[in-house]
Design a protein around this ligand. Structure first.
Ligand code: GAR
Length: 213
């Protein structure tokens, strides 16, 4: 059974979906740790209440970003993970973290990459007048929100949408999208070289599309 570490910063609804998919047997995997950089993250309390290994590694406990990232990396690597999953983790991982991780890192981002890397994706989508929006699950590389995309969701932008209503509809697609993507990663033949994912069919840009549920 594959070992998953999930990084969060807040609500943790994607993390909860991943935990539930593991406990219900939808994913043949186990969440071995939930790691937050925010002590008051709601998702951290939820994970603790489930009896999961839930840890906080706050930025304020470390003198520098470098030391903080080293502590985050040690917290993940110590659990011997097969995959490190970012689920609403709002810090940019340093190149040293990415190079030192013992497992590939996966992220969910609330836009259809390569559109709208970074923050405020829903408002930027509205400002641009897009008619379609969604979320992407991708492999994390040293470039922000830039790694190979595994799958994307697709949500229609409605005339009456504001950033909150759009975010809520995108979030509904994120949970099955993330589970689907993890399932692909766990079950497809994925090759590694020196610990790096070799992009194959699985990781070609935008091979899979999810419609709004
Ligand atoms: C999700 O919408 C996720 O895509 C986004 O934060 C939200 C977390 O929700 N992630 C990012 O913006 C990463 N840059 P959750 O805590 O309920 O899973």
């Amino acid at each position: 059974m594959k070992r998953l570490v999930v990084f969060i910063s807040g609500r943790g609804s994607n993390m909860q979906a991943i935990v539930n998919a593991c406990t219900s047997g939808v994913l043949n995997a186990k969440v071995v740790a939930v790691i937050s950089d925010q002590p008051d993250a709601a998702g951290l309390a939820w994970a603790s209440a489930q009896g999961l290994n839930a840890r906080c590694v706050p930025r304020g406990d470390y003198a520098s970003k470098t030391e903080h990232q080293a502590a985050l990396l040690a917290a993940a690597n110590d659990t011997n993970p097969d995959w490190i999953l970012l689920a609403g983790f709002m810090r940019i991982l340093s190149p040293a973290f990415i190079a030192g991780a013992v497992a590939p890192i996966v992220n969910i981002h609330p836009s259809r990459l390569p559109k709208y890397k970074g923050l405020d994706t829903h408002q930027r989508c509205l400002d641009a007048g897009d008619t379609v929006h969604g979320a992407s699950v991708h492999i994390v590389t040293a470039e922000l929100d830039d790694g190979p995309v595994i799958a994307q969701s697709c949500v229609e932008v409605l005339p009456q949408d504001d950033a909150d209503s759009l975010a809520a509809r995108v979030l509904k697609t994120e949970h099955p999208l993330y589970i689907f993507s993890i399932h692909k990663l766990l079950t497809d033949a994925v090759e590694y070289s020196d610990g790096h994912l070799i992009p194959g069919d699985l990781c070609e840009p935008l091979p899979l599309q999810f419609s709004e549920f």
